[in-house]
Design a binder for this molecule. Structure first.
Ligand code: PMV
Length: 321
């Protein structure tokens, strides 16, 4: 039986999206900029389901009953494959799932890539963006390597700002907890959109943050990218906090990582952080400082682990043999 396997990497947003324009079609209300990372991988295998008359999804070997993130992309893609074949989808992550490490982005991007190859579709990038976005608002960015812009004013077009080797920076992912998050991004965003008094400010600042980050990336300006990334991250977490009910994904370990980042910066190291809908801290740094940053975070905080990554490339099909 034909089996197709694809891998994709997660991406971390430097300028983030938090809030949908349209919940039914899962469309973000703003543009975003991200980096795709190399060592973290979702591997997704698909093949025809000969046992059951429905799709089945297994994540890290466990069957998922909630198919809400994969059914819309599969339905969209079936218009191109012109088949209603049911699939078994087996996805593995080499990193914790559903805890703010963008596993849905890499999971969906690997599924869309596997599907396209399985049915020989040769889709253009805009159709792949659309398929990914129906599953997760950040997943389209995982279709591209390096620094990526997803432009909500241009039909969510995803484009590469710099290729992964053009500006070698490192990403250290501080794993502060492996527990799945209590409030999904999807739920959290809806709460913020409806209740945060500063949600409109958050929408209004998006253009400015996108421009600042675009320029900093094109100029390879670490200090410029630090300012806009941290300001954007702090504002997103303020939107979450001022929501009703108030949403907080950070823990004491998250805060202790932030304190060590300030200390390292005061000692002259070039680094900055971002935090998504989870307690993990992602540090972006000059490769010259990677080792000392990693050692300091491990020595001085109670992180579970610090995962090292460089910038990663786009998804690809792999031959399992
Ligand atoms: O991909 P989603 O819809 O689960 O949302 C991700 C949201 C953030 O990670 C918090 C920000 C972003 O732009 O990735």
């Amino acid at each position: 039986m034909k089996e197709t396997v694809a891998i994709a990497h997660p991406n971390f947003a430097l300028v983030k999206y938090w809030g949908k324009r349209n919940s039914n079609q899962n469309r973000p209300a703003m543009s975003s900029i991200s980096v795709t990372v190399d060592t973290m991988i979702s591997t997704t295998k698909i093949f025809k389901n000969t046992q059951l008359n429905q799709h089945q999804l297994f994540i890290n070997g466990i069957e998922e009953s909630d198919l809400s993130k994969i059914l819309p992309p599969l339905e969209y893609l079936s218009e191109f494959s012109r088949t209603d074949e049911n699939l078994v989808i087996e996805s593995q992550n080499n990193f914790p799932t559903s805890s703010g490490l963008a596993s849905s982005a890499s999971g969906i991007a690997s599924l869309v890539t596997a599907y396209e190859a399985h049915y020989d579709l040769c889709l253009d990038i805009n159709h792949k963006v659309e398929a990914c976005m129906l599953g997760s608002g950040s997943a389209p960015r995982s279709l591209i390597g390096g620094f990526v812009l997803m432009d909500h004013k241009n039909n969510y077009r995803c484009s590469q700002i710099l290729k992964e080797p053009e500006w070698p920076i490192d990403v250290l992912i501080c794993i502060t907890s492996k527990d799945p998050k209590e409030i999904s991004s999807r739920e959290g965003m809806e709460i913020s959109k409806k209740t945060s008094p500063i949600y409109q400010d958050w929408l209004d600042i998006n253009d400015k943050h996108i421009n600042l980050a675009m320029n900093a990336i094109k100029d390879k300006d670490m200090a410029g990218l630090e300012n806009v990334t941290e300001e954007n991250c702090k504002l997103m977490h303020k939107v979450m906090k001022t929501s009703n009910p108030s949403i907080s994904y950070m823990t004491d370990v998250t805060h202790s990582c932030l304190a060590e980042i300030e200390n390292l910066r005061s000692s002259g190291h070039s680094l900055f952080y971002t935090i998504d809908a989870g307690p993990q801290v992602k540090i972006i740094c000059d490769p010259k400082s990677t080792e000392i940053i990693r050692d300091t975070i491990i020595d001085k905080t109670s992180v579970i682990d610090v995962v090292y990554a460089g910038l990663g490339g786009p998804p690809r099909i792999i031959d399992e043999d």
